[in-house]
Unconditional design. Structure first.
Length: 71
């Protein structure tokens, strides 16, 4: 599943969150968006996968997690 497919699935499951996430294209944009979405910086986790890629875990206020692959 590629990123556009993942966005489409997110928009189908949660249209509001999908619309908020759609324009986010880099780590800077995600971190600027997070506080306004109620994501506490203390809960964010960045897990290194290899020397170029990371998984970014964001705890949403409703106890769900939003995960981005970043490189």
């Amino acid at each position: 599943m590629n990123y556009p497919d993942q966005l489409a699935a997110l928009r189908a499951a949660d249209p509001v969150l999908g619309e908020q996430v759609q324009p986010l294209r880099n780590l800077e944009a995600i971190l600027k968006w997070a506080p306004g979405a109620g994501v506490p910086f203390t809960g964010i986790d960045l897990v290194q996968q290899d020397e170029y890629s990371y998984d970014l875990y964001l705890p949403l206020p409703d106890s769900r997690w939003l995960v981005f692959g970043v490189s």
